[in-house]
Design a protein around this ligand. Structure first.
Ligand SMILES: [Fe+2]
Length: 166
């Protein structure tokens, strides 16, 4: 398999995070659904899921244009997806509630913001074809996801009785 540059490896990571994000929004959506109400949060999660899918599609397309690197980038992406999914299973055990789901999502979205910022910075010198445009499209979306995850966490925290047994 082709060796990846540092930047190509990071592209694999953001792709893997976009794949994992779809599993995360689905899982957290189920936790919210199980508690009932909060239709606004469920709609937000559906939109996040769609945007994660679009991020995956666009990033896969970009990887496909990097001569001979697509397979290795997808391999890196699958590795990252698996690691992120394992992290989610560790964080969200069988008794996880919607608030814990949103806490996890806040961390995951912050991770995406960070990784895309790194890709953008590294690409300033590498100038990979089409990547600046992709970064320009994705970065504000990931910032929005982070804000939405944080806002959702706070909305759910407001419903909690702080004095009830944990
Ligand atoms: Fe995201």
């Amino acid at each position: 398999m082709a060796d990846l540059t540092a930047l190509e490896s990071k592209i694999g990571e953001v792709l893997g995070l976009a794949m994992a994000a779809q599993g995360a929004t689905e899982k957290v959506g189920k936790l919210v659904e199980a508690e009932g109400g909060h239709d606004d949060l469920r709609r937000t999660l559906e939109r996040m899921d769609e945007e994660a899918r679009e991020t995956e599609e666009r990033t896969t397309e970009l990887a496909g244009n990097l001569d001979g690197k697509k397979t290795a980038i997808l391999e890196k992406a699958r590795e990252t997806k698996q690691e992120a999914t394992e992290m989610m299973s560790t964080y969200l055990g069988d008794d996880a509630d919607a608030l814990e789901g949103f806490e996890f999502l806040t961390m995951a979205e912050a991770g995406e913001v960070g990784h895309w910022s790194i890709v953008g910075k590294m690409n300033e010198r590498a100038g990979v074809d089409g990547l600046e445009e992709l970064v320009g499209w994705v970065t504000p979306i990931q910032h929005k996801h982070f804000e939405q995850a944080l806002t959702g966490s706070i909305e759910l925290a407001a419903d909690e009785d702080p004095n009830e047994p944990a």
